[in-house]
Design a protein around this ligand. Structure first.
Ligand code: 3AM
Length: 188
């Protein structure tokens, strides 16, 4: 069995910028810089034969590249507990298009439909062992964060091995996106 997810990786300079924001919350488990990603679809544990079908399905995706912009900071959690801190992502049309292509391809590859709404984000920390006030203060301090747009020309099938503190992510397969439409073609 192999634990898989589909995600966008981020350029090193952007990861550096994100990691510079991190720190100052006792008990938070900060995601190591090399693990930053934007999940398009969590797959979970699948047998080897199904991983092959997933790969085949993803390889068939045709979608244009686009620019990705990270901005704002937020939290996941419920009933007063904050489980994660993340940086937000502009939910643009080409990003949503790619995510829906991935979803359709995976269903064709035999996976059950994803029930959760796509909420694009980059997780910075798991905060279930931290004081919620500290996580809230972090959000307030960084809420105006905005990164320069970065070009996305592909997406990645990652494997994940769960470690004691941090998961170990491995880039298994990279898939290319089509050249983005030139501005002139969009205007025409
Ligand atoms: O992209 P983020 O960091 O929010 O939390 C896991 C991580 O999300 C999530 O998949 C991403 C890559 O590991 N994940 C882990 N288990 C999950 C599950 N059972 C899950 N997402 C949905 N269901």
């Amino acid at each position: 069995m192999i634990r898989l997810f589909v995600a966008l990786s981020l350029p090193e300079a952007l990861c550096d910028e994100l990691s510079m924001m991190c720190g100052g919350i006792p008990g938070a488990r900060w995601v190591p810089e090399e693990n930053y990603h934007l999940t398009l679809r969590f797959i979970g544990e699948v047998p080897g034969w199904q991983a092959q079908e997933v790969d085949d399905a993803l390889a068939g995706i045709r979608a244009p590249g686009f620019d990705l912009t990270l901005r704002g900071v937020g939290t996941f959690g419920k009933s007063g507990r904050i489980s994660a801190l993340w940086v937000g992502v502009e939910k643009t049309e080409p990003l949503v298009f790619l995510q829906s292509k991935v979803e359709t391809a995976l269903q064709r590859g035999g996976l059950e439909p994803e029930r959760k709404r796509f909420a694009p984000h980059v997780t910075l920390a798991r905060t279930d062992r931290a004081a919620p006030e500290k996580a809230i203060a972090f959000v307030q301090a960084h809420n105006l964060f905005r990164a320069a747009p970065v070009p996305v020309d592909g997406f990645t099938l990652y494997s994940s091995r769960l470690g004691k503190e941090q998961a170990v992510y491995e880039r298994e397969v990279e898939y290319g996106l089509l050249d983005p439409k030139p501005a002139a073609a969009i205007r025409a």
